[in-house]
Write a protein that binds this ligand. Structure first.
Ligand code: F6P
Length: 514
């Protein structure tokens, strides 16, 4: 399918109009005045999407800004670009690939064929395997060896859904090539009770291959025999896994990007933890958000509204970062997961045609769960010189049965969002809070497989939206290549001491590290 030509945001009529709106009104919009002037502001800037309620009212936007941002979206061909993704066009143009992770959560259809049939055949096999592992009492420890998208998603989700997880099984995630990490995990395990999942889309990633090799050596040295029972590969490179000596393989496809892969076989640790039905609920929650993104009018389309707000903040207010604050200990790895999703997707300096961009793209994403962050960096959020939009995520139903904790947690998340906005100006100097600091509030009724699925699909699509407006390819990651190549050149030099051709700093450090 051919690619639809997209208008880059800075070449649309809406762009200079947004610049003018920012200069005349946007720059000085004060949230306190906006709430005072409009009793309906909360209703106007909040909405329910599948499993996620979002309050955008504490953001520096008004009706005129949202309208003009929606015009920008239309002029950039956002809807056509979205539809092209859902139609299977090769929108990952630099790798000439389709982008179809949404298909992994599409329900089975009668008489289905092609990719959807393959997706469901693989899903059924994967969930069957997950149930076998769950029923295998001898397997007490599951070690996922993978990095980036083959680690962050499954790790985050297994932690997030711990309440739903089967008892009697421990999950470990090893990603770093620093042997410390693997050694520390292996020291607590026995080969006969361990299942290693070697998770790598390419099955060539240096860290994962090194850790997998060491895990296999440890297994064999410890008397482990049945590799097919104790090792499984989750990969799109089935022959690579076979060459490594793994016969139990669950595959996926090149149209699933690494950071979008937890819905595929890469999600096996999640399926083992929460079971086949739980995993199907997780997919169904994400699918509900896909349908919302595909069908809701732009003005009530939550991923669209969030993505446009991201553009407004990055390119007009020039806010350089966004802080993620999940007020849920179970979501403690969500900031790291979102970091890869946003920054590997949209951390680009050229457009889809390879032309340098005259405007900024991905913000820096960072954060920690609340209330912990309050006692660390929230000082800067309230009184620092830079304005950092915060994305609060709260869950209405408590996860733990411990009395009194959840109301305290919810009181804190409400108070922080309130304090950022209202500030406190009756005392001067050090005790002054300027206020007018923006935040978005995402609210889940409960943290369940379905609501987590919807929350993650929401985040995927909002990243799609800002990437589409910026006219970039959000689905490649060439920026990770150079360091990999240079590390290959440097590794033997650590042994030989050869510093020929290196810059003086790298040479000097290498000599000290030998
Ligand atoms: O180096 C970056 C990257 O390619 C990510 O995009 C990916 O999620 C990660 O490495 C792991 O890749 P793989 O699953 O192929 O081992």
């Amino acid at each position: 399918m051919g690619l639809i030509s997209r208008a880059r945001c800075d070449r649309t009529p809406a762009w200079p109009r947004l610049q003018a709106l920012y200069a005349s009104a946007g720059k000085n919009l004060d949230l306190r005045d906006a709430f005072a002037a409009d009793a309906q502001r909360f209703e106007a800037f909040s909405q329910q999407a599948p499993h996620v309620f979002a309050d955008l009212s504490k953001n520096r936007i008004d009706q005129a800004t949202e309208q003009l941002l929606l015009e920008l979206a239309r002029e950039c061909g956002l809807e056509q670009h979205r539809d092209a993704m859902f139609a299977g066009a090769h929108i990952n143009s630099t790798e000439d690939r389709a982008v179809k992770h949404f298909l992994l959560r599409s329900p089975a259809a009668p008489g289905m064929s092609g990719d959807l049939a393959q997706v469901h055949a693989t899903l059924d096999a994967m969930l069957g395997y997950a149930e076998e592992v769950r029923a295998d009492a001898a397997i007490t420890d599951i070690v996922n060896i993978g990095i980036g998208g083959s680690d962050l998603g499954p790790q985050m989700a297994v932690l997030a859904l711990a309440e739903y997880a089967i008892g009697g099984k421990r999950f470990h995630f090893v990603s770093n090539v620093d042997g410390e990490e693997l050694a520390e995990v292996l020291a607590r395990l026995r080969p006969q009770n361990t299942l290693f999942l070697i998770a790598s889309k390419t099955f060539t990633t240096a860290e994962t291959m090194t850790n997998a090799q060491s895990a296999k050596s440890w297994f064999e040295a410890g008397g482990g025999k049945d590799v097919s029972r104790h090792f499984a590969a989750l990969t799109s490179n089935v022959s690579g896994a076979k060459d490594f000596g793994i016969t139990t393989t669950l595959g996926f496809w090149d149209w699933v990007g690494g950071r979008y892969s937890l819905w595929s076989a890469i999600g096996l640790p999640i399926a083992i933890a929460i079971g086949a039905q739980g995993f199907r609920d997780f997919l169904a929650g994400a699918h509900a958000m896909d349908e919302h993104f595909r069908e809701a009018p732009l003005a009530q389309n939550l991923p669209v509204r969030l993505g446009l707000l991201d553009v407004w903040y990055r390119n007009f207010h020039c806010f350089a970062s966004r802080s993620i604050a999940p007020y849920s200990s179970a979501l403690r790895r969500l900031p790291a997961y979102l970091q890869q999703l946003e920054m590997e997707s949209n951390g680009k300096r050229v457009d889809a045609q390879g032309q340098p961009l005259p405007f900024d793209t991905s913000p820096v994403l960072w954060g920690e769960p609340g209330t912990n962050g309050q006692h660390a960096y929230f000082q800067m959020l309230h009184q620092g010189t830079a304005v950092v939009p915060v994305e609060f995520i709260a869950v209405r139903k408590p996860m733990s049965g411990l009395k009194g904790h959840h109301d305290k947690l919810l009181a804190n998340v409400l108070a922080q969002a309130q304090a950022l906005m209202v500030g406190k100006t009756d005392e001067g100097g050090h005790k002054n809070f300027p206020g007018n600091r923006p935040s978005t509030f995402l609210l889940l009724d409960e943290l369940s497989p379905a609501s987590l699925g919807a929350l993650l699909a929401l985040q995927e699509h909002r990243v799609f939206v800002s990437g589409a407006i910026w006219g970039i390819n959000s689905f490649d990651q060439w920026g990770v290549e150079l360091g990999k190549v240079l590390a290959k050149d440097i590794e033997p030099r650590l042994k030989s001491g050869d510093v020929g051709g290196l810059d003086a700093s790298t040479a000097g450090l290498l000599q000290r590290l030998r």
